[in-house]
Write a protein that binds this ligand. Structure first.
Ligand code: ASP
Ligand code: MG
Length: 409
């Protein structure tokens, strides 16, 4: 008998019909004899709608009260799913995050999990019930309701799987698994049967929106096997797990893109020690996350510096840079939103050379200009004009023959 944690996202429980479908799926797993814990998100756009409602009242709603408000979304899902399961004759019980002892720190709207209780869940499982737990929420030591940040239900699922030492944590999605590229852009993109935690993490940071990065990190640290699989069919999806020797044989596992970044160029700053330090510590202090950075060769004692930030933080970043400009006196500051980051990812890069050259060649053949380049051990990213992004992804996918992945070539 296996212990399985199953996580269903908001789109899987968006209405009553879908909720019943999920219940049927869960009931089937239970019938197979497995112990099942289900973690659910709020139905459909509930969380967005609640945020919008609060914003109609004020631009800066109180964080504590936002948590009280947002936690209601998931509470609807758990109760409705329990009702659906019982209507199908499958015994089930719903619990909120605080009820099962998900304890977090005090940071409202972005809390971190510090502990997960397991006794309440175990007792209910031992009574033969399917246990349904609200994702995205917990409580701090003072029993204040907290939430884990957008997409936090993934984290709840992995944390519960770790606490219960579950055999697998299944993520049910409206896609069939993790693909070599977004199938909406690359028609012959292939589903990967396995992928390593590190590759999945790089994919998440490079723009693939399959799994929440924090939850993958958590799974890696606690050695929880993740199975990303489709909600509305029975196909096997993608297993996310520790790296194996076989994975290294595959040079590239996927091509991703991220259109949510913007580039800031600071032109003509003095080419002397301490300049980068001033600029980037100011950005850091303002809480702006900087992704890629390039600095060109100094000319006449000056140099240009470009970096990318999340598009949602562009305004804030520009404010910081403009402020710093009073001291640095650059020749100009330019913001560019027409950019996209395209990345290739694969643990095989560690043992294979020539990956960057091949990627750049694919772009050159398409006459796509590269604006910035950055690399990590298992990822190469370039910034291109956003109008070129689909062509870039398709060309790279083709160059690395990713449509043949798994078929020994
Ligand atoms: N309902 C929350 C959100 O929309 C949490 C989640 O879906 O994982 O961000
Ligand atoms: Mg949601």
């Amino acid at each position: 008998m296996a212990l399985i944690v199953q996580k269903f996202g908001g789109s899987s429980v968006a209405d009553a019909a879908k909720m019943l479908e999920v219940a049927r799926r869960v009931a089937k797993n239970r019938k197979n004899g497995d112990q099942v814990v289900v973690v659910v998100s709020a139905p459909g756009d509930t969380t967005d709608n609640l945020i919008e409602l609060a914003r109609q009242i004020t631009d800066e709603p109180d964080d504590r009260e936002m948590d009280v408000l947002l936690a209601t979304g998931e509470q609807q899902s758990i109760a409705l799913l329990a009702i659906a399961l019982k209507s199908l004759g499958c015994d089930a019980i719903s619990f909120t995050g605080p009820q099962v002892g998900i304890v977090t720190d005090d940071v409202h709207t972005k809390a971190r999990i510090v502990r997960v209780g397991d006794s309440k869940i175990r007792s209910a499982l031992n009574l033969g019930k399917v246990v349904i737990v609200a994702g995205f929420q917990g409580e701090n030591k003072e029993h204040e309701i907290t939430t884990l940040g957008r997409g936090g239900s993934d984290l709840t699922a992995v944390a519960i799987a770790a606490a219960l030492k579950a055999d697998v944590c299944e993520f049910y999605k409206d896609v069939d698994g993790v693909f070599t590229a977004n199938p909406a852009i690359v028609k012959n993109a292939k589903k990967l049967s396995v992928i390593s935690y590190d590759e999945m993490l790089e994919m998440a940071s490079a723009g693939a929106q399959v799994l929440n990065a924090r939850s993958v990190e958590f799974a890696k640290n606690f050695d929880i096997k993740i199975h990303v699989r489709p909600t509305f069919n029975e196909k096997e999806g993608t297993i996310v797990m520790h790296e194996t020797k076989a994975m290294e044989k595959v040079v590239i596992s996927g091509v991703t893109y991220n259109k949510n970044e913007a580039k800031i160029t600071v032109r003509g700053v003095p080419d002397q020690p301490g300049i980068a330090s001033i600029l980037f510590s100011k950005l850091g202090n303002a809480g702006v996350n900087v992704d890629m950075i390039i600095q060109n060769i100094g000319e006449k004692g000056h140099s240009d510096m470009s970096f990318t930030v999340d598009r949602s933080e562009l305004k804030k970043a520009m404010k910081v840079v403009t402020e710093a400009a009073k001291k640095l006196k650059p020749a100009g500051v330019i913001a560019d939103e027409q950019i996209a980051k395209v990345s290739v990812i694969g643990v095989g890069m560690r043992s294979h050379s020539g990956v960057a050259a091949k990627m750049f060649q694919a772009l050159a053949e398409e006459k796509i200009n590269i604006q910035m380049i950055s690399t990590s051990e298992i990822k190469i990213s370039v910034v291109v004009n956003s109008k070129d992004v689909n062509r870039a992804v398709a060309a790279i996918h083709k160059k690395f023959k990713l449509d043949k992945i798994g078929s020994k070539s």
